[in-house]
Design a protein around this ligand. Structure first.
Ligand code: ZN
Ligand code: ZN
Length: 442
């Protein structure tokens, strides 16, 4: 099917769905238009989400340990009468709203917190020492539950099934991959994911078609020499100097070997060795991350990191071992937004927020394990703004000063619900068009 036809269908799907007022008449129920943003701003949804978000914020849990968060989600789904699967990938939950049959469209939230001590003093501050929701995943869960509540209220109008994915361990451990391996996207046609953003104003969204976030990997390297007295270096093999040269050489990978137009990063963030002023240690451990925007560049970078570390260490008579430990920290693929879903998203979001509030963002070297989902099926990831100038600047994610603007919750829930329902309706219209009987509907 041509792009133009697809666009027409998108347009039709949305025009059918949204502008008409909510009605309970049987005709309207068949293709009920719901203005999800109005609905999600009502206290029954907005306050519901605020309550959930604060509960989760008070009890942050790290990756694959989200037991209470998972329980809270299941309790809410039970309460809403939504059928779900659990456990998936230890703490993950997958809910189903709608007909229970195809087509299936997924909307996703991540559940994990960060190992940070919250520095914000407020009523619902983290009660767990050393753990904090500083990336907004508490809000992501609340938004998805808010969307679930609205969708469940209108389940009879859904033209298929919305799959609610609550995944563990986004922050480095690749919970999405575990969910994917467990088969949660089987028969699912498309998936949407949201992240809150302190960079964009409230009431706006930001994304782009194609690659949006980098592929990433982590590594450790142990550089071993021979320890001894700091004043008699000729009897030692100094791993501190070797590691220093390794680090300098690694900087040349991006500056000298990579295409300047192909964004890549190599950062050494860890340097551990020695504990005395007058002792050369036996070994040094360094560690860091590498990022790239294509699979090819990523693989090349990984191979060169290994070579440079081992060979440069040997120049100084040291041995080096490089460990990628992908069981604990899997490589994340590039997050690529599907082009057709981008057009679809822009249509849906423009109708909800106005075209001027849909921002085109630049790709970033950050990562998202949503990339695993978007690698498997057409996926789309976007940011929901929460900056409010009157409240002053917000700290960036992963800061102990991170503060979430709860006004963003209704936007996230409304976008989730609208994208899912519109997508299902679009699918149905496309199927009818293919059968050649769309004109009967018009
Ligand atoms: Zn994060
Ligand atoms: Zn995050």
């Amino acid at each position: 099917m041509g792009l133009f036809k697809r666009w027409i269908l998108c347009f039709l799907a949305f025009k059918f769905f949204v502008p008409k007022p909510v009605s309970s008449s049987p005709e309207a129920l068949a293709q009920i238009p719901v203005d999800f943003l109005d609905l999600s701003k009502k206290p029954e949804i907005a306050d519901y989400m605020i309550g959930i978000r604060r509960k989760i914020h008070e009890n942050p849990e790290l990756g694959f340990e989200e037991f209470q968060t998972s329980k809270l989600i299941r309790d809410e789904l039970d309460h809403l009468g939504i059928h779900y699967k659990h456990p998936v990938a230890i703490t993950g939950v997958v809910g189903y709203v709608g007909t229970g049959g195809p087509p299936f469209v997924a909307i996703r939230a991540d559940m994990d917190a960060l190992p940070l001590e919250e520095a914000v003093e407020w009523e619902h501050k983290s009660k767990v020492p050393g753990k904090m929701h500083a990336c907004g995943h508490d809000a992501h869960v609340a938004m998805l539950l808010g969307a679930a509540k609205m969708l469940q209220e209108h389940r009879h109008e859904l033209q298929g099934t919305v799959v609610l994915i609550f995944q563990p361990a986004e922050e480095g451990q690749g919970g999405a991959k575990r969910m994917l391996d467990a088969g949660v996207l089987k028969d699912v046609d498309a998936i949407f994911g949201i992240h809150v953003s302190t960079l964009y104003p409230i009431g706006t969204v930001a994304s782009r078609a194609g690659p949006i976030m980098a592929a990433s990997g982590f590594f450790d390297a142990v550089i071993s020499g021979k320890g001894g007295h700091a004043a008699i270096p000729q009897h030692s093999i100094d791993p501190i100097l070797a590691a220093s040269n390794v680090i300098v050489s690694l900087q040349h990978l991006v500056s000298r070997e990579a295409d300047p137009l192909d964004s890549q990063v190599v950062t050494i963030a860890k340097f551990q060795g020695g504990g005395a002023f007058n002792v050369i240690p036996d070994s040094v451990t360094i560690g860091g991350t590498f990022r790239a925007f294509s699979k090819e560049s990523f693989i090349k970078l990984k191979q060169r990191i290994e070579e440079v570390i081992t060979k440069q260490a040997s120049v100084q008579r040291c041995n080096a071992t490089v460990i990628f430990n992908t069981d604990e920290r899997p490589f994340y693929p590039v997050t690529v937004n599907n082009e057709e879903l981008h057009d679809f998203f822009v249509n849906v979001a423009s109708d909800m927020l106005g075209a001027q509030n849909i921002k085109e963002m630049q790709p970033v070297m950050g990562t998202e394990d949503f990339s695993f989902f978007a690698e498997a099926i057409p996926g789309y990831f976007f940011y929901v703004g929460m900056k409010n100038e009157s409240q002053g600047p917000l700290a960036l994610g992963h800061s102990p000063h991170y503060k979430l603007n709860e006004e963003a919750l209704p936007y996230g829930a409304a976008l989730h619900a609208s994208l899912a329902t519109s997508y299902l309706l679009k699918n149905q219209l496309e199927a009818k068009l293919l059968k050649g009987n769309l004109h009967d509907e018009l």
